[in-house]
Design a protein around this ligand. Structure first.
Ligand SMILES: [Zn+2]
Length: 287
């Protein structure tokens, strides 16, 4: 499942490739699960808009759209008439789920079997949403106000961070994975952050000292930023918008390193299952 660094990498790649392009028409498949808004709503909101920007919000990819007519009024068919929203702004919101991918293709390329949406662009290319397991979600909003649930880990302050965990009786690892608290930290980055902060995953979140929380706050940011710089972690089949793998998996210090020597103290890395998720830690470095 892509986490924050992978979604950031994909959103940046898409922004480079399709920003400024126009969505001419939209095809949606017959499976209902991926559509959080109705197929009609999505098609109507997207068709005839210009992609002003693609960015990440939490673990969502957000396409900021503006009516074609706002570009010097050059519209062949006055599709803008159907764009009723007063401020003209709208967003296409994509959550990749477990296996979702956004591909920029030429129309001649065969559509993979699990293609659920195709946006035809005026540049002649297609933007395709492909998702074999169908946990991904597509929706649209008309108010540009999408912020997603939870707090953004790259900008959260130390005070805000500490407040998130106050009084929480769950293990800190589970609290880090709770998307209503911090948005975008998944299994890999929770394990790696806890290792760098020297905190055992099973510790009760509400009982961590302020010094420990400050260390964890710094570790989460450091790990996510380093992972973004390296294009994310390619475990299972993750690749970015251009089909490139990320390289942060080469920097993992505990994740999936069970029984291998700790890179700091040589103690074998341990694995336990916490909240149903495989959890990796060094019993000596983490207290
Ligand atoms: Zn160690």
């Amino acid at each position: 499942m892509p986490e924050l660094p992978e979604v950031e990498t994909i959103a940046r790649g898409l922004d480079q490739r399709v920003r400024g392009d126009f969505i001419e028409s939209v095809w949606l498949g017959s499976h209902r699960e991926p559509l959080k808004s109705s197929a009609q709503e999505i098609a109507a909101a997207l068709a005839g808009t210009r992609i002003a920007k693609v960015r990440r919000v939490g673990k969502h990819i957000v396409f900021d759209l503006e009516p074609k007519s706002s570009q010097n009024g050059v519209t062949k068919t006055q599709r803008a008439a159907s764009l009723s929203s007063r401020n003209g702004g709208r967003q296409w919101i994509v959550h990749l789920g477990m296996t979702g991918r956004m591909l920029v293709c030429s129309p001649e390329e065969a559509s993979p079997k699990h293609t659920h949406a195709i946006a035809s662009l005026s540049s002649g290319r297609e933007l395709r949403f492909v998702d074999p397991r169908r946990f991904g979600r597509l929706s649209v909003t008309t108010d540009r106000g999408f912020t997603g649930p939870g707090t953004e880990p790259l900008t959260v302050t130390a005070d805000e961070f500490a407040k998130l965990f106050r009084g929480r009786k769950t293990p800190i690892k589970a609290a880090l994975l709770n998307q209503k608290l911090l948005h975008g930290v998944g299994n890999i980055y929770a394990d790696e952050s806890l290792f760098r902060a020297g905190i055992r995953p099973r510790r009760q979140a509400g009982r961590l000292s302020r010094a420990e929380l400050d260390r964890l706050h710094a570790a989460v940011k450091q790990v996510l930023k380093e992972a973004i710089r390296l294009g994310g972690s390619s475990v299972s089949d993750y690749v970015d918008a251009e089909g490139r793998e990320g390289f942060f998996q080469l920097r993992h210090r505990v994740y999936l390193r069970t029984a291998k020597p700790c890179l700091v103290c040589r103690t074998p890395i341990k694995r336990l299952v916490l909240g149903g998720r495989g959890t990796h830690y060094c019993p000596k470095c983490q207290r």
